[in-house]
Design a protein. Sequence first.
Length: 513
Amino acid sequence: MENPSEVIGSKGLIRKHEFVRIIVQCLYSLGYSKSASCLELESGVSYKSSELKLLESHILNGNWNECIDYLDSMKDVLGGTRESALFLVFKQCVMEYLNRGEDTLALGVLRKHVSSLDVDKYKVHSLANSILSLRDREFGAIDGAIVHDSRRKLLMDLEKLFPPPISVPETRLEHLVETTVTAWVNSCMYHCSSNPISLYEDHHCSRDQIPTTTTQILTGHKNEVWFVQFSNNGEYLASSSNDCTAIIWKVLEDGKLTLKHTLCGHQLAVSFVAWSPDDTKLLTCGNTEVLKLWDVETGTCKHTFGNQGFVVSSCAWFPNSKQFVCGSSDPEKGICLWDCDGNEIKVWRGMRMPKVVDLAVTPDGEHLISIFLDKEIRILHMGTNAERVISEEHPITSLSVSGDSKFFIVNLNSQEIHMWDVAGKWDKPLRFMGHKQHKYVIRSCFGGANNTFIASGSENSEVYIWNRRNSRPIEVLSGHSMTVNCVSWNPKIPQMLASASDDYTIRIWGPSL
């Protein structure tokens, strides 16, 4: 037998017999039973403790009284799980009695033992109903293999209730390795992948995992570019400009972008665009002008909403790609819910409706988030109409929601970006700073695998990138010559970022070579 006090590892922190035991468990769970058995034999370390072996003997032989007495004797070890363990044993007794047609014995166990246990009453009622439903059944010979399998399952269920070292927690080795890998990822400021990580060496990403280098400059606009956004499938980029146009760009297989459609029809600057979730339609907001709906494939205008003087600050789609909301900075207009044919479905307006600075719908369609009166965030649950209000101390210029619907960020003119959780569990936001923002509308976004990063424009002509775990930027990207108004991270290509600037250009950023 192995010496239980023997340790391994360079720091002497690991007990050798525990280490071998979880390897044996892992081999069994992966289906390598022969290898596991050989390791047990060679090492003298058994996966099952002496306590489990004794319990296994009682259960597989149907020695229920001995099994119950043994569980009672382990009261101090099992603690609160003892009653649950006894219930599982009594349930097995009852079902075996029923399968043999011994209803009286089954009822006896239920009345004498099960009813007095401090367990979920629903489980007790469910067991009683099983007795009632099986009492009138005609029983034949019960296959011994079936009984054996059910007892094996009972043993596995009991094993989960036993604490270490009597039982080894399920998938313990996988858990230990996954904990280490998670720690690697959490300490890696540049990690930008959801792929499995190699265990052969300690993990560390270099900065070439995220976009830091200009790979292309798009010059299709003739004036300041105010907004830019990738489509949900990552295959297109839409931009809007003070030149009264919006452009749809196609992302090619080699990572380059080419102009697909120039959308003309607005009389004033185009301040905002929004892709439908299915990426077949695009909304464009004119600055104090109309809202237009475009067909992405043909580039044709399908509908115009509003008229001259129609003040729309932003708009957002619902997941069905058939309805959307738009918010107005005109208090009399409020927030409107429309369908694609121009039918007004619902309106939030009135004397008390403040002007809407920005709004968004979470990708799961459950929440409508609005920025009111520059400093107030309202989160409306669409199903229950429950509303939560967050008050910021400084004016908010923009809003962006994470792809998993769990978080949102707001840009403040105090030169901070605040991240809040949608569910309302946080009392304080996470804060990100370093960029410049005093007087213009600057927009930020989530990006990278699992929304790990935040990117933002800045009034000093640079692009800033933060890892969400760090309040200070990990990268500052130079290249634009004037204010960067908006950024968008490609949701399908984690190494692609777009930025829109007052210098009339859009820059596409990729990894450094």
